[in-house]
Design a protein around this ligand. Structure first.
Ligand code: DAT
Ligand code: MG
Length: 168
């Protein structure tokens, strides 16, 4: 009986762990210049998400063109790619239950003027072209973006000791 219950619990835990998807988040050059890297990481850590990978780098244009390929042809595309390549960025991979959708809520709407107060863009931004942070919009997009920015071996598997206080 106990063994059966443990078995069910273990299967359930594994299922929960499997649902802990990953997303790609990146502090943009304006966020770096404005000293918001620490604040942004703090918000994600305090929420309970797990940091899996992080870099500090100036991104080559070829990488940014791939990253933003869905926007190719839009009027803001060239300016966007040039701006994101103009200074250092902090690309990161974060993991957690429903992290893709929920981190987008923490980030706020694309236009910071339409972002709710309490969100990163709502608290720190004004202009759509200076909206501080990027976040993947879907699980599929996250997979593509993570693979674009990080090698498999740069994504660190670890079990934070606080997990049992974050997940039931
Ligand atoms: P998001 O970053 O919220 O996913 P998006 O994918 O539609 O938004 O656009 C990518 C980035 O391009 C966005 O963060 C800022 C810039 N951008 C979007 N729409 C814009 C516009 N109308 N004018 C200037 N920049 C824009
Ligand atoms: Mg987007």
């Amino acid at each position: 009986m106990v063994a059966t219950l443990l078995g069910i619990f273990s299967a359930f835990s594994k299922e929960m762990a499997a649902q802990r998807e990953r997303t790609f988040l990146m502090v943009k050059p304006d966020g770096v210049e404005r000293g918001l890297v620490g604040e942004i990481i703090t918000r994600l850590e305090k929420k309970g998400y797990k940091l899996v990978a992080m870099k500090f780098m100036k991104a080559p244009r070829s990488l940014l063109e791939k990253h933003y390929e869905e926007h190719k042809g839009r009027p803001f595309y060239d300016g966007l790619v040039t701006f994101i390549g103009s200074g250092p960025v902090v690309p990161m991979v974060w993991e957690g239950l429903d992290v893709v959708e929920t981190s987008r809520k923490l980030i706020g709407a694309t236009n910071p003027r339409a972002s709710d107060p309490g969100t990163i863009r709502g608290d720190y931004g004004i202009d759509v072209g200076r909206n501080i942070i990027h976040g993947s919009d879907k699980v599929e997009t996250a997979k593509r973006e993570i693979a674009l920015w990080f090698k498999e071996e740069e994504q660190t598997a670890w079990e934070p000791s606080l997990e049992k206080w974050i997940y039931e």
